[in-house]
Design a protein around this ligand. Structure first.
Ligand code: HEC
Ligand code: HEC
Length: 178
């Protein structure tokens, strides 16, 4: 009893002491420095990581994988509180934005949500035309002058919109061996 009280007391006082001894300027934390120290060993380059796996949905950072609450996931994931904002901003800058579909495709296909619901089927790592039966990975390079990078982007966007797990390149857990 007595011990656990002491323990709780220490737990409360210890971070406060640390803070006093070592005041961290919250605004001055460089996301890149934190990344290199705490994330690089598993995830490699932050721009590549973000381009491959992350989304900027109206200013919110979201995962290809962790669609729902990436902020919560990241808070439980090796990220010190003081660095959270700067890491988030670093990743947000190179994350994918679904706004591209509105600009380049919507005039013919409507919203991405409506298009995917009506025309796209994602199953395993295959993306198929729901009615046409087309392999969309093969179809897209001949459509609208799309380049390989664009094809990869749209396959990911369709899968994400369909709420299905999907990796166009290496699956996330296998990308952790750097
Ligand atoms: C020890 C290895 C390791 C370190 C260090 C690490 N991560 Fe991760 N991270 C993982 C693994 C493994 C996953 C995939 C987990 C899963 O599939 O649920 C992951 C997933 C993620 C995701 C989710 C991506 C998605 O598609 O949903 C984000 C974002 C992320 N990490 C950010 C970070 C940041 C930022 C740091 C540094 C502060 C960091 N990670 C440090 C191993 C690591
Ligand atoms: C000028 C109009 C136009 C634009 C812009 C356009 N598409 Fe299309 N798209 C079409 C037409 C028409 C078809 C049907 C072609 C057919 O069935 O032969 C089609 C078919 C598709 C299909 C196959 C659907 C199926 O059911 O098989 C996909 C996927 C697709 N478009 C993606 C895109 C993407 C991604 C963009 C934006 C980069 C885009 N399209 C821009 C006109 C357009």
């Amino acid at each position: 009893m007595e011990n656990s009280k002491k323990y709780r007391y220490c737990r409360a006082i210890f971070p406060a002491l640390l803070f006093l001894l070592n005041p961290v300027k919250v605004s001055a934390v460089d996301g890149r420095v934190v990344w290199d120290n705490k994330c690089e060993e598993c995830h490699g380059d932050p721009i590549r990581f973000s381009e491959k796996y992350l989304w900027n949905i109206e200013g919110q950072l979201q995962g290809q994988h962790h669609i729902e609450d990436l902020d919560l996931y990241m808070r439980q994931h090796y990220i010190p509180d003081y660095a959270f904002g700067s890491i988030r901003n670093l990743l947000l800058k190179s994350a994918n934005s679904p706004a591209r579909f509105n600009i380049d495709c919507s005039q013919c296909h409507g919203t991405v949500a409506a298009f995917v619901k009506k025309s796209i089927w994602v199953r395993g790592n295959e993306v198929t035309g729901l009615e046409s039966g087309r392999d969309i990975r093969e179809f897209l390079p001949a459509h609208q002058n799309l380049q390989t990078r664009d094809v990869s982007f749209y396959l990911k966007l369709f899968a994400r919109t369909a709420g299905k797990p999907f990796y166009d390149e290496e699956p996330l857990p296998e990308a952790i061996t750097r």
